[in-house]
Design a protein around this ligand. Sequence first.
Ligand code: HMG
Ligand code: MG
Length: 302
Amino acid sequence: MNHPKKVRLVEVGPRDGLQNEARPVPVDAKVTLIDALSAAGHSAVEAGSFVSPKWVPQMANTDQVMARIRRKPGVGYPVLVPNKQGMNGAIEARCEEIAVFTAASEAFCRKNTNCSIDESFERFAPVMEAARKHGMKVRGYVSTVIACPYDGKVAPARVADVSERLFRMGCYEISLGDTIGVGTPAECVAMVDAVAARVPREKLAAHFHDTYGQSLANIMAVMERGIAVFDTAVAGLGGCPYAKGASGNVGTEDVIYLMNGLGIEHGVDLDAIARAGREICAALGREPASKVAQALKAKVAA
Ligand code: HMG
Ligand code: MG
């Protein structure tokens, strides 16, 4: 098998995992979760977003979360920022890293951020300028890299266009989101290869949702094509508020278990992640979606 010796996991549970929760998750629970995730060995924990509270009420307390987490040296805590107003919030909260987000399909871009793809880039211009001024790192997300819930299949060339624009604009890494989790390995490989013709492969990350249970297979497939950064959510939490029926990201526990089995280094402790997952799931009153988390939970209970 052709795979890297080492991968980097980006934990998106506190943002992507929680943003869709209907009931407000208290700041305390978020801080406990984020601190547990960094203590477990993650080098990147996406901590929240500075978006409109009318659009995503759950993320409204991101400023308080950022004020209270223990910022572990060497760990990045990116927050999502859609425009200058969000950037001002991120600067005030002393964030050192942000993530901008757009899509490869016009309809999703509009449903998610109320603007066209071109307009999303117009919004990013002052954000990038402020990021440079404040020495902040910027990650870039492309949503709907396989298909759009409104427009259907998305051509890999479209994903490559948008990814290249984000990269040229100054994003240090481009995370490729299968927002509605419909992709299968051959499609993901074709998409990644199209993007890698325009953006260096080592600058790409895979962000797979597990709606159709394909995300581990998709991770294996793109890893064999040189992708070594994977976004994961503890317990497999989540969904997207603007993509009905989309389920959570691939579970961090599942990806760690896979990487451990392959002898691939990642630096994250499975038991510690599983504990963090059980705690947040208990607070939310739900079972983990991650299969590995379920198996470990049953073992702990036995
Ligand atoms: P808009 O309505 O076009 O914005 O929304 P606007 O500039 O016209 O402002 C309207 C109101 O929003 C004003 O308030 C602004 O102050 C406020 P009002 O005067 O009506 O009281 N506003 C803001 N408030 C706080 N923070 C801000 C902000 N900006 C404006 N930054 C906007 C545009 C982008 C703000 C809106 O559409 C929005 O917040 N959308 C939420 C998008 C989102 O968070 N989606 C989920 C994350 S993306 C995702 O999950 C995909 C990903 O995981 C990858 C994948 O899986 O594909 C990353
Ligand atoms: Mg997502």
